[in-house]
Design a protein around this ligand. Structure first.
Ligand SMILES: Cc1cc2nc3c(=O)[nH]c(=O)nc-3n(C[C@H](O)[C@H](O)[C@H](O)COP(=O)(O)O)c2cc1C
Length: 205
């Protein structure tokens, strides 16, 4: 197979990885960035399960990601039973797909938990004062406590949510990137090995 163009000038794995890091940084900082709301996958007793979440933290060394969840949500129980997780990001304007696999940790009472709770707006804390997601209800429901449906809780009221607040972090063990292009798509793969060394490959898209 002779490759003539892909695309005009050579690219290194390092440049692609820098692009991933840039978008993950922006995904945390900018709520309008497409990487702000990835799909997060768990293994639910043998079956895959996916849902959107909000990306809250990204660290480069060692590479990790994190989001917030209600302690009573099914995904938290699924992670307890099997911490293998995956993340799916897509930037439609750049036509850039990033798939990440890792191993999750649940933070319920540590420094990261305290930091993230501190950073959570009072309005958002209502979700943790309220019911856990995925509970059956006789009628359509927000799960929020009745008196907090249309107002921000006081700081004191919001503290009732702290015990239900979980930070889910995950290692970044593998990254699989697809860059779409009319001149031929490009696919790269990154895997961090046990001793921290990074294995980089090209794959057919
Ligand atoms: C754009 C968007 C962002 C969301 N962000 C979160 C989040 O950060 N954390 C979370 O637990 N659920 C979030 N949800 C709700 C989940 O997708 C899901 O419905 C809920 O957490 C229950 O998931 P589970 O039953 O798999 O635990 C979000 C939903 C949408 C549509």
């Amino acid at each position: 197979m002779t490759e003539t163009n892909l695309w005009d000038k050579p690219v290194s794995h390092g440049e692609i990885l820098k692009r991933v890091w840039k978008h993950l940084d922006l995904g945390v900082l900018d709520r309008d960035h497409p990487f702000h709301t990835p799909v997060f996958g768990t293994v639910a007793y043998g079956a895959p399960r996916m849902r959107m979440i909000v990306l809250r933290r990204f660290w480069r060394r060692p590479a990790r990601l994190a989001f917030h969840a209600h302690a009573g949500s099914p995904k938290v129980a699924e992670i307890r039973a099997n911490p293998a997780v995956s993340w799916l990001f897509y930037h439609p304007r750049e036509r850039f797909q990033v798939r990440i696999t890792g191993v999750a940790t649940l933070h319920t009472d540590d420094e990261l938990h305290a930091e993230q709770w501190q950073a959570t707006e009072l309005f958002s804390r209502r979700c943790y004062v309220g019911e856990a997601p995925s509970r059956p209800s006789d009628k359509p429901t927000s799960g929020l406590p009745g008196d907090l449906v249309d107002r921000r809780p006081t700081r004191e009221e919001s503290e009732a949510g702290r015990a239900n607040f979980v930070v889910v972090s995950s290692t970044i063990d593998e990254i699989d990137c697809v860059e779409l292009n009319v001149k031929g798509h490009r696919r790269s793969h990154f895997a961090w090995k046990a001793k921290g060394e990074l294995e980089m490959r090209w794959l057919t898209p």
